[in-house]
Design a protein around this ligand. Structure first.
Ligand code: ADP
Ligand code: ASP
Ligand code: MG
Length: 423
């Protein structure tokens, strides 16, 4: 008997029929003698619908009230799943984040989990029930409902698995694993049977939305075995087959030895770039620019400062597109005049494309192949940043898909269709 946490995403919970299929799959695990905790997302489209209603009332709704609202999607899907299980003869009980409780900090709309009380969950599991814990939500010290950021049910699931020391955390979604890039953009993308934790961390942080970045961080911190797999298969597929499917995030060093130089391509459209022209090239200028940005709780990603000409330099950085308007306001009203910038130029039609691979540590020329590939497509690189296992570029977002496809091919990641057909 093992304790398994299973997370089902929005598409997997998207209709009454799909919820009944989730219940069938969960019932199968339960009947085989396993203890199962299920973490569902809201039904697909529901979180967007709720946030859309809020936006109709106010362009910048109060964050606490947004969390009150957005958390309801998961409460609905969780109770529906409990009912579906009961109607299939399986004892089940659902809990909201505050009932468990899943304690978080008070950063509404992007709260971080601090601790999970597993007493109630364990008692129910021991009495033979399937326990359902709403994804995406928690409660802060003052008793306010919080949510964990878009895609946050992944993090709820891995955090619950960590606190229960679960045997494995299964992330059921609408793809059958983690691919070399988003298969919706590159149909030739290949599923990886294993992906190293470090690569998954980079892929998630650079935009692959198959797992929320914080869920991968949790998995690493608490060594939770996480598997990404499809919820759209026959729910009664044998357990052994299910446990061998999808993509396992591995912490094994030896997997890394066999790793391809580049194992995946990530991309993100959530980018915006700003540049202050002709700021003085003197000590303290970067701090004068980025200090107030940080104080406004705006995350800065890439930063570029050019060689100075006649004592002045151009200073560029990127922020999330959601923070673009606030950043520009701050630059125009406060920072620009304070540092004496002659002009502020901005562009929110940029995107970030990244290549990721542990093999980059030991191979030279990887970044140059990336740059050559982009140049052959006539794509101009606006900014570059590198780390040991990734290289990212900022480019015009109208070239994003072209860049991803060209890089996927150039790094030999396309699956060989002819071989597949022969097999
Ligand atoms: P869920 O609702 O189950 O959480 P998401 O939409 O959040 O599902 O994540 C699954 C989606 O992630 C897939 O449908 C796919 O389009 C996208 N995706 C992006 N990058 C990848 C990747 N490298 N591998 C697999 N899927 C990816
Ligand atoms: N329902 C939330 C969202 O749409 C959380 C999740 O699905 O993981 O972002
Ligand atoms: Mg998701």
């Amino acid at each position: 008997m093992a304790l398994i946490v299973q997370k089902y995403g929005g598409t997997s919970m998207g209709s009454v029929e799909r919820i009944q299929n989730v219940a069938r799959r969960v019932a199968k695990w339960h009947a085989a003698g396993h203890q199962v905790v299920v973490v569902p997302s809201a039904m697909s489209g529901e979180t967007n619908r709720l946030l859309g209603l809020a936006k109709e009332i106010s362009p910048q709704p109060d964050p606490r009230e947004l969390d009150m609202l957005a958390s309801t999607g998961e409460q609905a899907s969780s109770s529906l799943l409990a009912m579906a299980l009961m109607s299939q003869g399986v004892a089940a009980r659902s809990y909201t984040g505050w009932q468990v409780p899943v304690r978080t900090d008070s950063s509404f709309t992007k709260a971080r989990i601090k601790s999970i009380d597993d007493e109630r969950i364990r008692a129910d599991l021991d009495s033979g029930r399937v326990v359902i814990v709403t994804g995406f939500q928690g409660v802060d010290e003052e008793g306010n409902i919080t949510t964990l950021g878009r895609g946050g049910s992944d993090t709820s699931a891995v955090a619950v698995a960590a606190s229960l020391k679960a045997h494995e955390c299964l992330i059921f979604t609408d793809v059958d694993g983690v691919y070399t890039t988003d298969p919706r953009v590159v149909p030739e993308a290949r599923r990886m049977t294993v992906v190293s934790f470090e690569e998954m961390l980079e892929l998630a942080s650079l935009g692959s939305k198959v797992l929320q970045i914080r869920s991968v961080e949790f998995a690493g911190k608490y060594r939770v075995p996480v598997r990404v797999l499809s919820s759209l298969t026959d729910p009664l597929v044998p357990l052994e087959e299910e446990m061998a499917s999808g993509t396992l995030i591995t912490f094994e060093e030896d997997q890394q030895m066999e790793a391809a130089v580049v194992s995946g391509i990530a991309f993100s459209r959530d980018e915006a770039k700003v540049t202050l022209l002709a700021v003085p090239d003197t000590p303290g200028v970067a701090y004068s620019i980025l200090g107030p940005v940080a104080a406004a709780n705006i995350d800065v990603d890439m930063i570029l400062q050019n060689q100075s000409v006649a004592g002045t330099t151009d200073f560029s950085f990127t922020v999330n597109r959601n923070d673009f308007a606030r950043t520009l306001d701050l630059l125009n009203s406060q920072i620009g005049p304070a540092v004496g910038a002659t002009e502020i130029v901005s562009d929110d039609k940029v995107c970030k494309v990244s290549i990721v691979g542990i093999g980059m540590r030991s191979h030279v020329g990887v970044a140059s192949l990336m740059f050559r590939t982009l140049s052959e497509e006539g794509i101009n690189i606006q900014m570059i940043s590198t780390s040991e296992i990734k290289t990212s570029v900022i480019i015009n977002d109208k070239y994003m898909e072209l860049a991803v496809r060209a890089l996927h091919k150039a790094f030999g990641l396309d699956q060989d269709k002819s071989q597949e057909e022969q097999a």
